[in-house]
Write a protein that binds this ligand. Structure first.
Ligand code: TNX
Length: 751
C-alpha cells in the first residue's frame, strides 16, 4: 500500500543549495558573496510602458503569492536598492536573459519579453523551494536555451481534459521554460475543436459510446463520453499560453485518424460511411479522407478557422499511420490518382500533404507533419516531427527540412516510468526519468548545416489509457522536467545526479502548487522471499541518490529512521514501512506492507512475468471486488503470465483473481496473430501449464464464476499437481472469442 504523494514532507534542507536548484539548469552561473533578502518590503520595478517587463514582474509576483509569499507591488522605474527590477537591454538572444543578484538588489535583463519572463521564472526557483520569500544567494546568471523548440504534446482526442486543466498544464510548462504545446485535437475517437461552419464535427464527432465488455457492460449511447473546446475557450487558452510564452500548435490529423470527422460528415470518407460512429477502440484505424474537391474545401475551411483561433506560425496536420486499404479499394480515389498521374498510396499521401501544405503556406503558416509526411515533393518550409525514433529527424535534416524529435519510445509519456504496481494505466514499456534525461538529440552523422535543422524536442502525452488530469500530471512530471533540461541546458552543464538533486526542491514546488507528480524515480520497490527463519526483504529504488529508510514498528519512516543497506530478515507478521530520503527530505511516498503469510503467498500481475512481448499494456479493471487495486500488466496479443520457481512438492492450492477487459483495439491484419486459445466452455478457462507454455494444461479454471462480473473475481481455489521441486507455472487464458479478453490480477499459491 502506498500513501499519496501529498504526504511528502516539506523539505527542510536539500542536497543542493536552494540557490542552485533551477530546472532547466542555467547555461552560466557565477556565484558571489552574500544574499538578497526577498520579503514583503521588496519592490518590483519595471520601466514605464514596458508591457513585457510588467507582465514578467506580475507573473513573478503571482508565483510568490501562490507559494505563500507576500503580495509584492509593482512600481514604475529603474533598478534601485532593495528592489527587483525587470528591464530591457540590447543584444541578448530571443529567449535569453541575464539575472544579477547582489545583497542590495536584483536585476533581470533581457532583450525580449520571453527573456524577461524566463528570468522571472528562474528567480522564483532561486527562492527556498516552495516558498514565496527568503534569501537568494548573490550570483550572476547568463542564460539562454540550446534549442528553440521545447515542447509537450497533449492528446485531448482520446480523452478530453477540461479547459481549466489545459491552463494548469500550460502554467507548469512555463515553470520549466517549455515553450510549445502541440494540441492533438482530432482523432478517430473524438473531434474536440468547435468549427462553427461544421457543427456536426462537435455535435456528433466529439462524443463516443464507451466500449462494451461482452457479458458485462452493454454499449449504451446514454453513457456517451466526450467534450469539445468552444472557440471562446480556445481563444482564452491561447491568450493564457501567450502570456506564459507558450505557443500552442494545433494538430488536425489527416488523412488518417479521421474517423470522428467522417462519422460527422460521411461524405468526407474514402469508403461508404453511412452509420459510422466515433470509435471507442484504440489502435490504428482504416478510415481515411477521400480526395474529392469538396473534401479539400472542407479541410481548408477547417484550417481557416484553426488559423483564426491559433496565431502559431506552425500548424500540425498529423499525417501519421495512413493505412492505404480504403484508398486502394476506392474507384473514386483511383480515378483521382490516375488523373493526377499518381501511381500508389504513397504518392497520394504526398499529394495530399503538398496540397494542404501549399494552402497553409499561402496563409503564411508552416505545416508540420509526423515523419510519414517526408516524401518526395514535400514543400521546403514544412517541418517533420520524428516519432519513429530519431530516424525521421535524421532523414528530414539530410533532406534539408527542419525537424523536431518526438521519438518513440523515449519521448512517449504513455509508457510507464517503473515496474512498480503504483504506476497508472498506460503502455508497459518502461521509460524512466533517467531514460528521458539521457535522450540524445545530437546526431553525430549530421554535418553542421544539417544539424541546424533540429529545432528541438517534445514529449508526447498520448491519452488512450490516461483518462484524468491527475494521471496526466503523473505521466508528464517529472519527465517533462527532463525534456526541458535536455532542450535548454548546454551539454557541459547537464548531469543526471545533479539533475536529481535539483529535482528534490522542484518536488517541493510541485507540491506547493498542488501538482501530483510521479515519484517513480525514488519510489520503493520491494522483493520478498519467505523462509522458515522469517521473510527476506530487499528494497531498491531507481535513483542513484538518496537513501532508503525503514521502520518495523508501524511508524512513519523519518530522516532518523534506520538506513536500508542490505536485505533484511523480518519476522513474519511484521509491518515494514519504507521511503526514500535525500538528506532529510522524503522524496517518495511511504511503501508499507504487513509481511504475513497471506501477503507473501500472493503475487499481482506485476510480480509475474509476461510470456510474450507483443502489445504490452497496463489496463485497469473495474474498481471493487477482489481486485488488487493496481492496473493489470498484460500482453493483449497473448494474455499469458509466468510464475517462476513454484514449490509444488505439497501440491499447493492455487487461487486466481481475474477480470474481463474490453478488447477495444483496431489492430488490422494482426488480429489473426492474437492468441485466443482453445476454450472448452462457453466462458473460457484460465489454463495452467507446468514447465513450459507449450505443454498440455495441468489445470483448467473455468471462468464462468467471473464471466458476468465487471470487477475482479476470485476464482474458486484448485489444487496444483504434487510434484517434487520447484517449477515454472504458465497461466494463460483460453477464450471463446476475442472480446472480452481476460486479465490476471493476482494469484495466490499456498495451503
Ligand atoms: C502512435 S505516434 C500514434 C498515436 C498513438 C500512440 C500511442 C503517432 C504519430 N501515432 O496515434 O496514440 O502511438 O503510443
Amino acid at each position: 500500500m502506498a500513501l499519496p504523494l501529498a504526504d511528502i514532507a516539506a523539505p527542510a534542507g536539500a542536497a543542493v543549495a536552494a540557490n542552485e536548484a533551477v530546472i532547466p539548469r542555467p547555461a552560466e552561473v557565477v556565484r558571489a558573496h552574500g544574499a538578497f533578502q526577498l520579503g514583503p518590503r521588496t519592490d518590483l520595478r519595471v520601466a514605464a510602458g514596458d508591457a513585457g517587463a510588467r507582465a514578467a514582474a506580475r507573473y513573478f509576483a503571482g508565483l510568490l503569492a501562490r507559494c505563500g509569499g507576500p503580495e509584492l507591488a509593482i512600481q514604475t522605474g529603474g533598478a534601485t536598492a532593495g528592489a527587483v527590477s525587470f528591464a530591457r537591454v540590447r543584444g541578448l538572444g530571443a529567449q535569453a536573459y541575464r539575472l544579477e543578484v547582489t545583497p542590495q538588489q536584483i536585476r533581470v535583463q533581457a532583450s525580449t519579453s520571453a527573456g524577461l519572463f524566463y528570468g522571472a521564472v528562474t528567480l522564483w526557483q532561486l527562492l527556498p523551494p516552495g516558498r514565496g520569500q527568503g534569501a537568494i544567494g548573490a550570483q550572476t546568471i547568463r542564460d539562454q536555451p540550446a534549442y528553440a523548440w521545447r515542447g509537450l504534446m497533449l492528446d485531448s482526442a482520446r480523452h478530453f481534459q477540461p479547459p481549466a486543466f489545459i491552463k494548469t498544464m500550460i502554467d507548469w510548462m512555463a515553470w520549466h521554460k517549455l515553450n510549445v504545446l502541440q494540441w492533438h485535437l482530432t482523432d478517430d475517437q473524438g473531434w474536440r475543436l468547435e468549427i462553427p461552419r461544421y457543427p456536426r464535427l462537435t455535435a456528433i464527432g466529439a462524443w463516443r459510446t464507451p466500449a462494451a465488455i461482452p457479458g458485462v457492460r452493454k454499449s449504451s449511447p446514454a453513457q456517451r463520453y466526450g467534450g469539445f473546446y468552444s472557440d471562446r475557450e480556445v481563444r482564452d487558452i491561447v491568450a493564457f499560453a501567450a502570456r506564459r510564452h507558450v505557443r500552442i500548435v494545433p494538430e488536425i490529423d489527416m488523412p488518417g485518424h479521421a474517423r470522428a470527422a467522417i462519422a460527422a460528415y460521411p461524405w468526407l470518407g474514402a469508403a461508404g460511411a453511412a452509420g459510422l460512429t466515433v470509435s471507442s477502440a484504440w489502435g490504428v484505424h482504416r478510415r481515411l479522407f477521400n480526395l474529392e474537391p469538396a473534401t479539400f474545401r472542407f479541410l481548408e475551411n477547417v484550417l481557416d478557422e484553426v488559423m483564426a483561433l491559433f496565431p502559431s506560425r506552425f500548424v500540425h496536420i498529423g499525417g501519421d499511420e495512413v493505412v492505404a486499404d480504403e484508398w486502394n479499394a476506392s474507384p473514386a480515389v483511383r480515378a483521382r490518382a490516375r488523373a493526377f498521374g499518381i501511381r500508389d498510396a504513397g504518392g497520394l499521401q504526398a499529394y495530399f500533404t503538398q496540397r494542404i501544405g501549399a494552402y497553409l503556406a499561402a496563409h503564411g503558416r508552416r505545416m508540420i507533419g509526423w515523419d510519414e509526411v517526408l516524401q518526395p515533393g514535400l514543400p521546403k518550409g514544412a517541418v517533420v516531427m520524428s516519432w519513429h525514433g530519431a530516424s525521421g529527424a535524421h532523414a528530414a535534416a539530410v533532406a534539408g527540412y527542419d525537424t523536431i524529435l518526438a521519438a518513440s519510445p523515449t519521448l512517449y509519456f504513455d509508457n510507464r516510468q517503473s515496474t512498480l504496481p503504483s504506476e497508472p494505466p498506460g503502455r508497459l514499456q518502461v521509460v524512466s526519468l533517467q531514460d528521458v534525461y539521457r535522450f540524445d538529440l545530437r546526431d553525430p552523422s549530421l554535418d553542421h548545416a544539417e544539424r541546424r535543422h533540429v529545432l528541438g524536442l517534445q514529449g508526447n502525452i498520448w491519452t488512450e489509457h490516461i483518462n484524468s488530469p491527475q494521471r496526466i500530471e503523473w505521466m508528464a512530471l517529472p519527465r517533462a522536467a527532463a525534456v526541458a533540461e535536455r532542450g535548454w541546458t548546454p551539454r557541459p552543464r547537464r548531469g543526471w545526479r545533479n539533475f536529481l538533486e535539483r529535482l528534490v526542491p522542484m518536488f517541493a514546488r510541485y507540491r506547493a502548487m498542488g501538482l501530483r507528480v510521479a515519484d517513480s524515480a525514488f519510489a520503493i520497490a520491494a522483493h520478498t522471499a519467505g523462509g522458515a527463519a522469517g521473510v527476506s526483504l530487499s528494497l531498491s529504488k531507481q535513483a542513484d541518490i538518496g537513501r532508503i529508510r525503514y521502520t518495523l514498528d508501524g511508524s512513519e519512516p523519518r530522516a532518523e529512521s534506520p538506513v536500508y543497506a542490505a536485505p533484511l530478515l523480518v519476522p513474519v507478521g511484521a509491518t515494514v514501512r519504507a521511503a526514500s530520503f535525500v538528506g532529510a527530505v522524503r522524496v517518495s511516498r511511504i511503501w508499507s506492507e504487513r509481511l504475513d503469510a497471506h501477503t507473501l503467498e500472493r503475487k499481482d500481475s506485476h510480480a509475474l512475468q509476461l510470456c510474450t512481448d507483443g502489445i504490452g499494456l497496463l489496463l485497469e479493471p473495474a474498481a471493487g471486488g477482489a481486485g488488487s487495486g493496481t492496473p493489470i500488466a498484460i500482453d493483449i496479443m497473448n494474455p499469458c503470465w509466468i510464475d517462476r520457481g513454484v514449490d509444488l512438492s505439497t501440491g499447493p492450492r492455487l487461487t486466481a483473481a481475474v477480470a474481463p477487459l474490453a478488447f477495444n483495439y483496431a489492430v488490422g491484419a494482426d488480429v489473426g496473430k492474437i492468441r485466443v486459445g482453445d476454450a472448452q466452455t462457453a466462458d473460457g478457462e484460465l489454463e495452467v501449464r507446468i514447465d513450459g507454455c507449450d505443454r498440455p494444461p495441468a489445470l483448467r479454471l473455468a471462468l464462468a464464476p467471473a464471466a458476468r462480473q465487471a470487477a475482479v473475481t476470485e476464482l474458486p481455489p484448485r489444487r496444483l499437481p504434487r510434484i517434487a521441486g520447484r517449477h515454472d507455472l504458465c497461466l494463460r487464458f483460453a477464450r471463446p472469442r476475442l472480446d472480452p479478453q481476460w486479465g490476471l490480477d493476482w494469484i495466490r499459491i499456498g495451503e
